[in-house]
Design a binder for this molecule. Structure first.
Ligand SMILES: C[S@@+](CC[C@H](N)C(=O)[O-])C[C@H]1O[C@@H](n2cnc3c(N)ncnc32)[C@H](O)[C@@H]1O
Length: 379
C-alpha cells in the first residue's frame, strides 16, 4: 500500500489565496489551485494535521482517481478500477454523493447508483461477498463530474470544517466560521492590534481572530470522520492533537471588542467565546453602532453587516451607514473591512473608495468584502 496520497481541499469560491497561504504555512508546497479547490500531494499522516489546522477550507478529501466519463460504462469501469479496498474495510459505510456540472452525464442519482454498484462489485471481489452490512465507520464517497471529467473522493472531515464545535448559539444570520477566519486573515489585523466588530452577532469574527491570535487549531474540539478509519494510525491523530495543544499561546494579551444592539447576541457571543476557550480575550458589550465612540488613532474594524431587506430594512441600514461614515471619516489610521451583499455600501462610506473589493460567498449568497486600508502606525 502506498503512503503517498493526493488530497483535495475544498473551499468556498474566492478563498483560494487564503487557503493556499494556510497550506504553505503548514509546510505544504506544490499546490494545484483551481476554482473552489486545491490539490496537494501528502502522506496519510497529514490528514489529521490538515483537518485540525485549516481555518478557511471546507473539507479535506482523499482523491482516489480522475478520468473522463461521457457514458455510464466508462463511469462504471473508471470507478471499478480504483483501489477502494485500500481504504474501505468490509464493514465500512460508503454513502455516495454526487454533483454534475456541464457534463453529458447529468443525472446525479443515476451516476451515484453506477458508482455504488462499481464499488460494491470491486469490494465484493476483494472481500469475497455480495452483501455489505455497512455498519462500521463512514467513508463518504463523492463523485463530482465537471466537463465530463469524473473525480472520485473520500471525505475525511465528516461535517464541514466550519463546524468547530463552539457555536452553541447562532444569530439570525451567522457567518460561517471558515469565512470569518478568512476575513480576519485577509485583513491587516495581527496579534495585539486593536480589532472591533461593531455588529458582532454571535461573535464569529472575533472568536476566529482570538483563535488565530492564540494559535489554537480550529478543529481541536471536534471529531472527524477519518478518526475511525483503520488506514490512518490512531497515533497520527493523537500526535497531531497533542502537538496542536502544545502550540497554544496562553500568555498573550489580545485587544478584541464586540458590540451588538441585541442583548441576546451579546449573550450568544459570550457563551460561544467561552466554548471556544477565548472568553477572556474578547470584551462584548451591548451597543448601538450609532453610539460607537472611537478614541484610538489606529485600529481595525471587521464586520459582517446586516443585508437590508433580510434584517431591519433599508431605513435602518442607512442610519448604520451614516454613523459608520461619521465615526470613521477622519480616523485615517483605521482599516475598515465590511462584508455585505449591499452594493450601495461604498456610496455611503465616503472616506475613500475601497482599496480592494473581493467577491466572496456567504453560503449561496454573493457578497463583497470592501477593504479600506488605514495609514500605518508610526513605528
Ligand atoms: C449579519 S449579523 C452579524 C452576524 C455575525 N457576523 C455572526 O457571525 O453571527 C448583523 C448583526 O448586526 C446587529 N445590528 C443591527 N443593527 C445594529 C445597530 N444599529 N447597532 C449594532 N448592531 C446592530 C444585529 O443584531 C445582528 O446581530
Amino acid at each position: 500500500m502506498k503512503n503517498k496520497i493526493t488530497l483535495l481541499i475544498t473551499l468556498s469560491f474566492g478563498l483560494e489565496a487564503v487557503v493556499k497561504r494556510e497550506l504553505i504555512a503548514l509546510g505544504f508546497h506544490d499546490l494545484r489551485v483551481s476554482n473552489g479547490k486545491i490539490e496537494v500531494d501528502a502522506k496519510i499522516e497529514d490528514i489529521p494535521t490538515l483537518n485540525l489546522w485549516l481555518r478557511s477550507a471546507d473539507r479535506v478529501l482523499v482523491k482516489l482517481g480522475e478520468f473522463e466519463a461521457k457514458d455510464f460504462d466508462t463511469l462504471y469501469e473508471g470507478t471499478h478500477a480504483l483501489p477502494w479496498e485500500e481504504w474501505i474495510p468490509e464493514d465500512g459505510r460508503f454513502p455516495i454523493n454526487g454533483v454534475s456540472v456541464n457534463s453529458v452525464l447529468e443525472s446525479v442519482p443515476a451516476c451515484q447508483s453506477i458508482v455504488k454498484k462499481a464499488i460494491v462489485e470491486r469490494l465484493g471481489d476483494e472481500y469475497d461477498t455480495n452483501w455489505f452490512e455497512e455498519d462500521g465507520a463512514e467513508y463518504a464517497v463523492k463523485v463530482s463530474i465537471r466537463k465530463d471529467i469524473a473525480t472520485l473522493t473520500l471525505d475525511t472531515s465528516g461535517t464541514g470544517l466550519n463546524r468547530r464545535g463552539y457555536r452553541i448559539h447562532a444569530g439570525p444570520a451567522p457567518l460561517k466560521e471558515t469565512l470569518a477566519a478568512a476575513l480576519v486573515q485577509l485583513s491587516f489585523w495581527r496579534d495585539e492590534r486593536l480589532l472591533i466588530d461593531p455588529m458582532c452577532g454571535s461573535g464569529t469574527i472575533l472568536i476566529e481572530a482570538a483563535m488565530i491570535g492564540r494559535n489554537i487549531a480550529p478543529g481541536l474540539n471536534r471529531a472527524f470522520a477519518a478518526e475511525d478509519w483503520d488506514k490512518i494510525p490512531f497515533t497520527a491523530w493523537k500526535q497531531a492533537r497533542s502537538h496542536a495543544r502544545s502550540c497554544i499561546i496562553s500568555d498573550k494579551e489580545l485587544n478584541l471588542f464586540g458590540y451588538d444592539i441585541d442583548e441576546e447576541m451579546i449573550y450568544a457571543s459570550k457563551s460561544n467565546a467561552k466554548a471556544a476557550g477565548v472568553a477572556k480575550d474578547i470584551q462584548f458589550e451591548k451597543k448601538d453602532i450609532r453610539h460607537l465612540w472611537i478614541d484610538q488613532e489606529h485600529g481595525i474594524l471587521i464586520s459582517n453587516f446586516p443585508y437590508g431587506v433580510k434584517m431591519g430594512g433599508y431605513a435602518e441600514l442607512n442610519k448604520i451607514y451614516i454613523s459608520m461614515h461619521k465615526t470613521f471619516k477622519n480616523k485615517l489610521g483605521w482599516s475598515v473591512y465590511v462584508l455585505t451583499a449591499d452594493r450601495k455600501f461604498p456610496d455611503y462610506f465616503k472616506r475613500a473608495r475601497p482599496n480592494k473589493v473581493r467577491k466572496l460567498f456567504n453560503g449561496a449568497l454573493e457578497v463583497a468584502y470592501y477593504q479600506y486600508f488605514g495609514e500605518k502606525p508610526l513605528a
